[in-house]
Design a protein around this ligand. Structure first.
Ligand SMILES: [Zn+2]
Length: 243
């Protein structure tokens, strides 16, 4: 069984020019059929400030249409302060979404800035998982996101786009998961699984990346069947529900 921890659906602000990321849930369900994907975490494409609310509504509708296969996460801009906390409470408590996706580059915020502590405290209180975009470069570096996980030990945090600098971070912080979309080397997946077999998840980052190409890197990196099943399926469930 294959579960995908990183998928974008719905309208988008201008973003990567070579991809039209604005896809419907019906477009994505066809992708699930094509690649044999059983369940997926979906969330909005990049947005602008308060515009995320409408994109979160689209995700909630998708989750409602396919409740056994689609787990919806919302997005917001943490710089909205109290407004960001209210939007998270709205999309969790009113819309029934299951978690939050944050992108420190798109939303231009440094995760460890003390100004965002009330925001992360509110997420911790809601007991929902966070999936962070992570990449080399100052705002999205794994060690900055790790400071959030350290200050809020009840949070379940996933670093998106596994790469080498995440390995010491998942070794140290037991409340940090990783997701494999965009990983360069199958060997990096192998190393992550050796360190944290219960906290590595397959992700595709569709429609930006291809689910099959991303899957091959995981299959080549994880030879043991039990571990492969964890990465493709079980760890996804524990990330959403808590271990
Ligand atoms: Zn993405």
């Amino acid at each position: 069984m294959i579960n995908d921890a990183h998928v974008h659906v719905g309208p988008s602000a201008p973003w990567v020019p070579e991809v039209d990321p604005a896809k419907t849930i019906e477009d994505y369900i066809k992708v699930m059929e094509k690649y044999g994907i059983h369940k997926a975490i979906i969330f909005p494409n990049p947005g602008v400030g308060e515009g995320y609310a409408k994109q979160n509504d689209v995700i909630a509708q998708a989750q409602k249409s396919y409740p056994s296969r689609i787990i919806g996460f919302g997005r917001t801009d943490p710089r909205l302060g109290e407004g960001a906390i209210k939007e998270v409470q709205r999309f969790i408590n009113k819309l029934g979404l299951k978690g939050i996706k944050l992108h420190p580059v798109v939303e231009c915020f440094r995760p460890d800035h003390p100004a965002f502590d009330p925001f992360f405290k509110a997420i911790e209180d809601l007991r929902i998982p966070i999936l962070f975009h992570s990449s080399p470069g100052f705002f999205a570096e794994p060690h900055l996101i790790a400071l959030v996980a350290e200050r809020h030990p009840k949070l379940r945090v996933c670093l998106g786009h596994l790469y080498g600098s995440m390995l010491p971070v998942i070794e140290k912080h037991k409340n940090i998961w990783v997701e494999t979309s965009g990983v360069s080397l199958p060997a990096t997946v192998s190393a992550a699984v050796r360190i944290a077999p219960d906290r590595v998840m397959y992700g595709s980052d569709w429609p930006y990346l291809n689910p099959r190409v991303e899957l091959v890197k995981v299959e080549e990196g994880v030879e043991n069947k039990k571990d492969l099943n964890r990465v493709l399926s079980e760890n996804f469930e524990s990330f959403i529900r808590g271990p």
